[in-house]
Design a protein around this ligand. Structure first.
Ligand SMILES: Nc1ccn([C@@H]2O[C@H](COP(=O)(O)OP(=O)(O)OP(=O)(O)O)[C@@H](O)[C@H]2O)c(=O)n1
Ligand SMILES: C[C@](O)(CO)[C@H](O)COP(=O)(O)O
Length: 381
């Protein structure tokens, strides 16, 4: 018997609202939350999920330029006057069949577990969405006074992503008249049963200004922060200059090495590999391989930074200390920082280069070579 291949899963992220309740000028999905904008955290949550094949993002017509700043393989489309209209436009950008997870851009802390719960339910049902049973007592009130209580035993707070068979939800939206709180209401209007899956208190929707602080705290607890260190030494030999952190410094000796012997860049590269727990420079660029003979060390540094990015990390800081009596590093430190910031693709303020002597002690003190130590900090949310 032939087994059918699994249906493709698409994520549809609605981001065309104006965030009026959050205030603050810029719509909430475009505001910063820790290291990235709200919408970027949301997109990344789906990009990281192994089942999601393609992501569609629905933008407000005024946000075209902001949309162009989003990185990665995304389908961008324009939203409508209300959430339901935005969802309809997003659905129109998707293929005929498959499964779709419709999610608010304003819910950046959604976990893989919540997404998994919806996908699991979709294996046997046409519709599923996460909900949280209401745990507080519920009152009716008027003019500051409690006027009654409400039975909460059958009440849930609705969350996203709300998952559907694509053709089913497309038909339900086409038939729906008037406004809808969410896509579950649209589906139910078309007679479709919706399975309730496990929601999470962390999957909050940023609605008011106070929600930014809560979302930041939640993301911080999920952060993967890594620090790596590097250490390297190159001996002096014949020559008339040294390469240090990408800067050519005239000197009465050169540094001996298989490549251009840039001890600074080698050390920072090793710190990044260390933070990733992915070996060291010698493993990625074996000295026994003739293609790296005389290589310029920016190749190694760029490789380490690109590897960090491909693993989903942001390089937030590097600090590099050169240890030598001569040449004097101070006059060149600004150029070294600028060079490495450019190669690493990060802001100058996140790159530090400093130097020390070893008080004429040891091999660096005797002028036999240059040592370097460095740390690199990587963050993934
Ligand atoms: N016309 C609309 C309205 C809302 N949304 C999106 O639907 C989600 C619903 O969250 P909500 O808090 O209602 O967002 P806003 O409408 O932006 O907020 P507000 O009501 O405070 O203006 C958000 O991701 C929002 O960007 C949308 O894509 N298109
Ligand atoms: C879809 C939704 O996120 C479910 O909670 C919500 O209904 C949309 O936001 P709103 O605050 O109700 O406009």
């Amino acid at each position: 018997m032939q087994t059918r291949p699994p249906e493709p899963v698409f994520a549809l992220i609605v981001a065309a609202g104006r965030g009026t309740r959050a205030g603050g000028g810029t719509p909430k999905q475009w505001r910063k939350l820790g290291t990235a904008r709200v919408i970027e955290h949301t997109i990344d949550a789906f990009r990281r999920h192994p089942s999601v094949r393609q992501i569609v993002v629905v933008l407000h017509p005024d946000d075209e330029a902001l949309g162009a700043t989003l990185k990665g393989d995304l389908i961008l489309t324009t939203g409508g006057a209300d959430r339901a209209a935005s969802v309809r436009n997003g659905l129109a950008a998707l293929p005929e069949s498959g499964k779709v997870l419709i999610h608010d851009a304003a819910r950046p802390c959604v976990s893989a577990g919540v997404i998994d719960g919806v996908l699991e339910a979709l294996e046997t049902a046409p519709a599923a969405a996460p909900g949280l049973p209401v745990t507080d007592a519920l009152w009716q009130g008027a003019e500051g006074l409690v006027t009654g209580t409400q039975d909460r035993s059958m009440l849930y707070a609705a969350q996203t992503p709300q998952g559907f068979d694509l053709a089913t939800i497309r038909a339900a939206h086409a038939a729906h008249q008037g406004a809808a709180a969410d896509d579950v209401e649209v589906a139910r209007g078309a007679g479709i049963d919706v399975v309730i899956t496990q929601g999470s208190a962390d999957n909050l929707k940023i609605t008011t200004a106070a929600d930014f602080a809560r979302a930041t705290r939640i993301l911080e607890t999920k952060m993967d922060i890594r620090t790596g260190n590097g250490f390297d030494v190159h001996a002096f030999g014949a020559g008339d200059h040294v390469m240090l952190c990408g800067v050519k410094i005239p000197h009465d000796q050169g540094l001996v090495g298989h490549s251009d012997a840039d001890v600074g860049m080698h050390t920072v590269s090793d710190a990044i590999y260390g933070a990733l727990a992915m070996g060291d420079i010698g493993q990625h660029f074996p000295p026994s391989d003739p293609q790296w003979k005389g290589a310029e060390s920016h190749v190694f540094l760029r490789h380490a930074a690109d590897l960090a990015r491909s693993e989903g990390f942001t390089l937030t800081h590097v600090d590099c200390t050169l240890i030598c009596e001569y040449p004097k590093v101070g006059p060149h430190a600004a150029d070294m920082r600028a060079k490495m910031a450019e190669i690493l693709g990060i802001d100058l303020s996140r790159v530090s280069v400093k130097a020390t002597t070893s008080e004429r002690l040891g091999f660096t003190g005797r002028g036999e070579g240059i040592a370097c130590m460095a740390t690199a900090t990587l963050v993934k949310i």
